[in-house]
Design a protein around this ligand. Structure first.
Ligand code: SF4
Ligand code: SF4
Length: 501
């Protein structure tokens, strides 16, 4: 295993880091499955992995349990990362409590690295940094020795990531960097390196896109590389800014292959990046993000839409929040790529067919057709603010006084925030339910207390809205059988893409 310094933290971390969000719910929902995942973590440690990522919500909420089981069997130095979402833990106190709870769940005394999780915009970053906000919570945890180094994970644009790094509040960054997006994100990782931050890379294989499109990425493979995955990992580590690569493995074979790729010094490291930049430039029908088309008289953010559209050109058999319909995955990947960058106010295509964009497009892309298709997707997927407002308004009548939300996750926190933004507040008593007994009585976002579903019948609720996306059908079946007299509604239809990723 190769090791590198994680920025200026003084920690030497393994080239392969262990991502912990790839254990599938169908595996983690049994005790045997949890033990099987823990064995994989132990195997990783045996192979030299010392960087372990975690988040309470990962792997169907079983991530911390898996780590607890595994770490009992792991000797030697290991670095554990935790995360807190500003959608869910909005205040200093909430973050502190979240850290204490996660430490207890994992059975450790401190996190080596703790992430302000999934920053998607500058406004979210500013919320994190407000007085009494999440950053103060993690700073207080650091003062108490519960956290050693404060980091952030970025899902915002490379430009914003650079601005956050330059603000100087963090010692490390977790971001996406791969054969798919290295051109956009080079500046971000190089700024991190110059600023002394450690860089952990997520989605090294583009969430499965690279192995599933191995032919397309073949130009990145050099002599002696085993396959596209091997080339893709070596390419990332060839950049000296990268400290560790979070490989989300599902089994021992995948783990062994990733470790093998990053176990010995890559003799081609010096030439690899130039080689790949030259060869992968040959993609056709892909937007390169050059931005020449951005002067649209209708105000359409063309390059943002076209770069996100790239996602739909790849074969992908992964899943979007457990849903496996190919068309839905394609649309989901598109909207996921746009998240935090572009919001659709409605589904009316504003293009006036002037043709200006297609004349300047360096790749001669059929932009007008693609934009028309995108707005049809917006309509069918309930992806515009107008459609979401309509949906929320139809499910929660203005006559309602008592409304329940199920489950108490980040998705529900997002929906409550969206409701307030689109409909101007919560003009009803709000109740939040969750099936996890360990969370009953805890404070949720906005100070709501998390309740047991057993309380539902006594509360005279006008509606219980299942705001969860993944388990919507199962929860609906469960609640309607248990409480036939209660008005239970699903927020999502089968055609929706997630409203938050
Ligand atoms: S054709 Fe449509 S998208 Fe292209 S510049 Fe004109 S209005 Fe904008
Ligand atoms: S000009 Fe073409 S390639 Fe360049 S950003 Fe616009 S759509 Fe993409």
């Amino acid at each position: 295993m190769l090791y590198r310094a994680f920025g200026k933290t003084g920690k030497m971390v393994s080239a392969v880091g262990m991502g912990a969000n790839r254990f599938k719910p169908e595996v983690t929902n049994t005790a045997d499955g949890v033990e099987q995942c823990a064995r994989l973590v132990v195997q990783a440690a045996t192979l030299g992995v010392n960087f372990f990522d975690s988040a309470a919500a990962y792997s169907g909420g079983k991530c911390e349990e898996i780590l607890r089981l595994a770490l009992r069997q792991v000797d030697g130095k290991r670095y554990i990362c935790g995360k807190s979402s500003s959608h869910q833990e909005k205040t200093q106190d909430a973050v502190l409590r979240h850290i204490e709870c996660s430490l207890k769940n994992i059975g450790i005394d401190y996190f080596d690295f703790y992430y302000m999780w999934s920053i998607k915009s500058m406004s979210q970053y500013q919320e994190i940094m407000t007085l009494g906000g999440p950053y103060e919570g993690v700073t207080a945890a650091k003062e108490r020795g519960l956290v050693k180094h404060i980091c952030f994970s970025s899902h915002t644009s490379a430009q914003d990531t650079v601005r956050i790094i330059q603000d100087g509040a963090f010692e490390g960054v977790l971001l996406s960097y791969s054969l798919l997006n290295f051109r956009e994100n080079n500046n971000a990782i190089e700024t991190a390196q110059r600023s002394g931050l450690g860089v952990a890379v997520m989605n090294p294989l583009g969430g499965g896109i690279i192995p599933q499109n191995a032919e397309l990425f073949k130009p990145a493979v050099m002599n002696d590389d085993i396959d596209t995955n091997d080339a893709a990992l070596k390419f990332i580590y060839a950049h000296t800014a990268v400290s560790t690569i979070l490989c989300g493995v599902e089994n021992g074979l995948e783990l062994a292959a990733d470790v093998k790729s990053l176990s010995a010094t890559d003799r081609k490291a010096d030439s690899r990046r130039t080689y790949v930049a030259a060869n992968l430039g040959a993609f056709s029908e892909f937007c390169t993000g050059c931005g020449y088309c951005n002067d649209c008289p209708a105000g359409i953010p063309i390059s943002a839409l076209m770069t996100a559209y790239n996602q739909t050109r790849f074969k992908s058999d992964t899943f979007i929040y457990n849903r496996t319909i190919p068309e839905l995955i394609k649309r989901g990947n598109f909207f996921r790529a746009l998240e935090g960058h572009t919001e659709f106010k409605n589904s009316v295509n504003p293009c006036i067919n002037c043709g200006k964009c297609e004349k300047v497009c360096t790749q001669r892309l059929p932009i007008i057709d693609r934009i028309s298709k995108i707005y049809r997707w917006v309509e069918v997927s309930c992806a515009s603010l107008f459609d979401r407002k309509k949906r929320l308004g139809s499910l929660i009548s203005t006559q309602y006084h008592r409304v329940g939300f199920y489950t108490a996750g980040g998705y529900t926190a997002f929906i409550i925030k969206l409701y307030k933004k689109l409909l101007g507040g919560l003009p009803f008593q709000t109740y939040v339910f969750d099936s996890n007994p360990l969370r009953w009585g805890d404070e949720f976002s906005d100070g709501f207390v998390i309740r047991s579903p057993e309380e539902i019948p006594e509360l005279n609720l006008d509606v219980v809205l299942i705001s969860n996306y993944v388990y919507s059908d199962q929860i609906y079946e469960d609640l309607t059988v248990r409480f036939p007299a209660v008005n239970v509604q699903r927020l999502h239809t089968d055609k929706d893409v997630p409203w938050v990723f």
